[in-house]
Design a protein around this ligand. Structure first.
Ligand SMILES: Cc1cc2nc3c(=O)[nH]c(=O)nc-3n(C[C@H](O)[C@H](O)[C@H](O)COP(=O)(O)O)c2cc1C
Length: 354
């Protein structure tokens, strides 16, 4: 295994990364009442020196029910001071970072039973007025990200949360212009969000969009069953202003469609011609839902398959979640080929780092 090409630089628009390794969004619930503390800033700063790119944990836009747990960080109001501290500390360590802008939609509260001040909202319950305000709040959060000095932003359009609920026919049965029989039609809400964000941040600020076929509600769900359907999902998002497609899979090595071994990031790059990020069990043999909910340990895998795809040009960047959550030194160890020092991930680690 030789992973040294992952340590080559990457440039796109205003982004200039020292290597190809990305820390993806990982919710921690460590921001009391939504306010990121010094601890949050230090958590990211500890990882900033070695990583190519850091994406914050999901942080919510200003809607009364945009989060489902009390200590998920806000991205509005007083929380912005905390985020300014985060990006300043990360920049002090020469890190590059963007927030992941999130709205949980109709995904109800966690085990604590905490409830937001108004009912959860999703495609089934939102009026056109609610939709327009939500779009405007995404754009406002995006502008704040730019003003605070973040290097880019990511829109959370994956995993069964609000934007994905609009994509998915199980959760989007609207009869108006935000619904429709085809994935192309149901992409309308996301397109409007991206357009509004693009308008507020201008042409040069990099916008990543996280997408997935799978959902926390259904691991086997498929928004696009054919490359044609994937085109009608991704191309409108590209036209609206997405720069980078962050393609979430549970296992990155799984082919998206029968006729080739390309994974989701590979197809997204082929279809859009844009940079893509792959993610899902890189460096670990067990996928994260098993690790989180079923407490299965995850051994370390070899990197040959990853490097075969990376060197073929299927994707530009590689996101590594749990391994970096577990071990802030993971990237450094990979670079120095200290693979024997990699630690297995177990759910118990979340008690410390979560
Ligand atoms: C504790 C935890 C929290 C997560 N929170 C988010 C999140 O806020 N937003 C998101 O897009 N993905 C989230 N994910 C998914 C990760 O970004 C990543 O896609 C997943 O862990 C697979 O990568 P891995 O196999 O390298 O861990 C989370 C994963 C974990 C383990």
């Amino acid at each position: 295994m030789n992973t040294q090409t992952l340590f080559s630089s990457f440039t796109y628009k205003s982004l200039s990364l020292k290597n190809r390794i990305v820390m993806p969004a990982m919710t921690r619930r460590h921001s009391p009442d939504g306010l990121p503390t010094q601890d949050v800033a230090e958590y990211y700063a500890r990882r900033a020196e070695d990583l190519g790119l850091i994406i914050s944990e999901g942080t919510v836009i200003e809607r009364p029910a945009s989060k489902n747990s009390k200590d998920i960080p806000d991205f509005y109001g007083c929380a912005l001071d905390g985020w300014r501290n985060v990006i300043n500390l990360v920049h002090d360590k020469s890190g590059i970072m963007g927030p992941q802008l999130w709205h949980v939609g109709d995904v109800k509260s966690d085990a604590t039973g905490w409830l937001p001040p108004s009912p959860f909202e999703g495609p089934g319950s939102m009026s056109t007025g609610d939709i327009q305000v939500t779009i405007a709040k995404f754009a406002e959060a995006a502008l704040n990200a730019k003003k605070l000095g973040f290097d880019f932003l990511e829109i959370h359009g994956a995993h069964g949360y609000l934007i994905d609920q609009f994509f998915w026919d199980h959760t989007n049965q609207r009869k108006d212009e935000y619904g429709g029989k085809t994935i192309g039609e149901r992409t309308r809400f996301a397109v409007d969000v991206v357009k509004a964000i693009r308008k507020s941040v201008g042409p040069d600020f990099v916008i990543s969009m996280r997408l997935s076929q799978w959902k926390i509600q259904d691991y086997e769900a498929k928004l696009a069953s054919t490359p044609k359907e994937m085109e009608s999902w991704l191309l409108p998002l590209l036209d609206a202003g997405v720069d980078i497609f962050h393609c979430s899979q549970r296992r990155y090595w799984e082919a998206e469609f029968g006729q080739s071994d390309l994974n989701f990031a590979g197809w997204a790059k082929k279809i859009t011609g844009q940079p893509t990020i792959t993610v899902g069990s890189v460096g670990l043999s067990g996928e994260f839902l098993q690790a989180l909910y079923h407490k299965e340990g995850s051994g370390t895998t070899d990197f040959d398959e990853l490097m075969r795809r990376f060197e073929r040009g299927d994707f530009d960047l590689v996101a590594v979640g749990r391994a970096i959550l577990q071990d802030a030194m993971w990237v450094k160890k990979l670079k120095e080929e200290r693979i024997s020092e990699f630690q297995d991930f177990s759910k118990d680690s979340l008690g410390v780092y979560y």
